[in-house]
Design a protein around this ligand. Structure first.
Ligand code: PCA
Length: 322
């Protein structure tokens, strides 16, 4: 119930529960058992508790409410008060959203965290201009190559049906001569089952969540980049909360960010073990494959700077100084 209505009802002599409740929706594109989603569920439970039941956030997992690429606009337009997005999905809208999707710019948890800190002021400003707030952001585990056949170099990926989840992963597919097709995670298992794709780059987390081991038996642990999910809040919805509830949201959001990075780091190796247990071979990339992928990364960083200009360069410079 909004405050004006509370006041009106109170004025009319009606009893108003001291704990007028606000209900929010939070769509995400990933399944309920994904570590990001579990972290968000914990966040929602913590907000409920810390606000004394005043703010109830319903998490809608697995792209059930909005498809992955639609979630940002839904939060911007207020159809959802909050939402979780994959930042790199929006690189075509604004290059800086794609910075954490460039191969080998930041390829460890420590460097990914630094890149986040370097990106953050620009992200907050951009989202602010769009009527949203960046509540928190958490990295996916490092990205490697899932592929049906064994590969020794990028040349072995020629002509292979390649699933992309972002403009950058599609570009990698092009650069290695594969056949990219964009498929979001919610449709990935089906795309593998029907033979639409036979290869893709992602994390052990997504490999496990989508049961990739049922279709694809090789994972090359290239640790090429760590893309981030971001949890956004519609600014008008935030402004309509009372101050104590706003404070709860910010505090619990900061806790979720820290917890999320810790879980991601810890679970990375667990996911690779789970893939092995389910019949997948986890390979270290050959020297040639590593060199080929580094070259792809260099090309993409160059292309990126051509598009992102001085703003993009400034963030990369800030990151390199950290
Ligand atoms: N999983 C998501 C994005 C990055 C990741 O590790 C996906 O494959 O769709």
């Amino acid at each position: 119930m909004n405050r004006k209505l509370c006041v009106a009802l109170a004025g009319a002599g009606l009893a108003v529960a001291a704990h007028a409740q606000t209900k929010w929706d939070l769509p995400t594109a990933y399944p309920a058992n994904n570590f990001h989603t579990e972290n968000i569920a914990q966040f929602a439970a913590d907000v409920d508790k810390a606000s004394g039941g005043k703010l109830k956030i319903t998490v809608h997992a697995n792209a059930a409410l909005f498809k992955a690429p639609e979630i940002k606009r839904a939060v911007q337009g207020g159809q959802a008060q909050m939402g979780e997005i994959l930042l790199v999905n929006y690189q075509n809208e604004w290059p800086l959203f794609g910075l954490d999707g460039l191969p080998f710019l930041a390829d460890s948890y420590d460097s990914a965290w630094k890149l986040y800190l370097a990106q953050k002021p620009a992200l907050e400003k951009k989202l602010g201009e769009q009527g949203m707030m960046l509540l928190y952001s958490v990295a996916w585990p490092p990205q490697g190559i899932f592929v049906k056949k064994e590969i020794a170099s990028a040349a072995d990926l020629k002509g292979v049906k390649w699933r992309a989840y972002s403009p950058a992963t599609a570009r990698i597919g092009e650069l290695v001569g594969a056949q990219p097709v964009t498929v979001q995670q919610a449709e990935l298992s089906q795309a593998m089952a029907t033979g639409v794709i036979e290869s893709y780059m992602s994390s052990g987390s997504t490999g496990y969540d989508t049961k990739t081991y049922e279709y694809i038996k090789n994972f090359y642990d290239t640790q090429a980049w760590l893309p981030k999910n971001a949890v956004l809040v519609n600014k008008k919805a935030f402004d309509a909360l009372d101050k104590p509830t706003q404070d709860v949201l910010l505090k619990v959001g900061a806790e979720a960010e820290k917890r999320g990075w810790d879980i991601s780091r810890k679970k990375n190796l667990e996911y690779l073990d789970l893939l092995k247990k389910n019949g997948m071979t986890v390979h270290p990339p050959s020297t040639q494959l590593k060199a080929d992928m580094k070259k792809v990364g260099e090309t993409m960083q160059k292309e990126y700077l051509e598009k992102a200009g001085t703003d993009g360069q400034a963030v990369i410079d800030a990151y390199r100084k950290m």
